[in-house]
Design a protein around this ligand. Sequence first.
Ligand SMILES: NC(=O)c1ccc[n+]([C@@H]2O[C@H](COP(=O)([O-])OP(=O)(O)OC[C@H]3O[C@@H](n4cnc5c(N)ncnc54)[C@H](OP(=O)(O)O)[C@@H]3O)[C@@H](O)[C@H]2O)c1
Length: 240
Amino acid sequence: MPSVIITGADRGLGFALCKEYLSRGWTVFGGKFLDDYNLLEQERKKNPSLHIVPLNVGDAASIAKARDLVAEQTDSLDMIISNAALMGEVKCSIDDLPMDLNTPWNSFRVNALGPTLMVENFLPLTDKGKMKRLCFISSEVSCILLMKYRVGSNYPYPMSKSSMNMGVRLMHNLLYPQGYSFRLYHPGWMKRQMTDGTLSEWAMLDPADTAAHCAEYFETPLGDEQRLVLYDYRSHEWPF
Ligand SMILES: NC(=O)c1ccc[n+]([C@@H]2O[C@H](COP(=O)([O-])OP(=O)(O)OC[C@H]3O[C@@H](n4cnc5c(N)ncnc54)[C@H](OP(=O)(O)O)[C@@H]3O)[C@@H](O)[C@H]2O)c1
């Protein structure tokens, strides 16, 4: 049975990916960050293949502890999905002075460095996995070309997602020759999931629909794994 760890799995796309991989027969380690959401616990009652792991990707000690908890259950892991992100509206841009320097650091720690630290810590398990697949949820806002006409954006989220892409590029250079393959995915504008599991009215996509498309893309081997692209929920490729 293949296995995956998914960060930021309490709700939204992370939770939907947990359910999607469980339905595909995978063993799933769901990273739990939020105390006020218990969707993972409810799912665990229905499916013992789901293991809930406390995980704050902005904290190196928390990542190492999560790795040790996973290693108690399995000696190998097939896939890592870095989904967790700090996305909220923050006031930090050149058109809203003065800029608050703490906000970007939080975003960089979680969104850009967190995914790299996850890979570093879980390598001993993924090295023994059959699939060796490293997957990253990015965004169209990470793509400098696509942001050409966007004005007034807060800076930390797009800048940190661009940095994550660079981290993925550098990890690909190192790990692809060692048998690893990579996926970088833009999930589209998704509805927000509430504590009771219902979805917000605004936004375009149901995270469950995106998760089905995303999981298929992550799981399926490609003919040209040496090529790194940003792939989106409509199966389009973007430069990044
Ligand atoms: N929603 C969209 O329209 C959209 C568009 C493009 C890309 N994306 C990307 O898609 C992914 C999932 O988005 P989503 O809509 O499902 O967002 P979401 O519902 O906010 O899920 C992300 C989860 O990560 C959690 N998180 C924050 N900091 C964390 C940390 N340090 N460690 C572990 N988890 C942490 C968040 O908790 P908090 O709520 O406490 O922050 C949240 O539960 C993200 O990477 C996002 O950047 C989303």
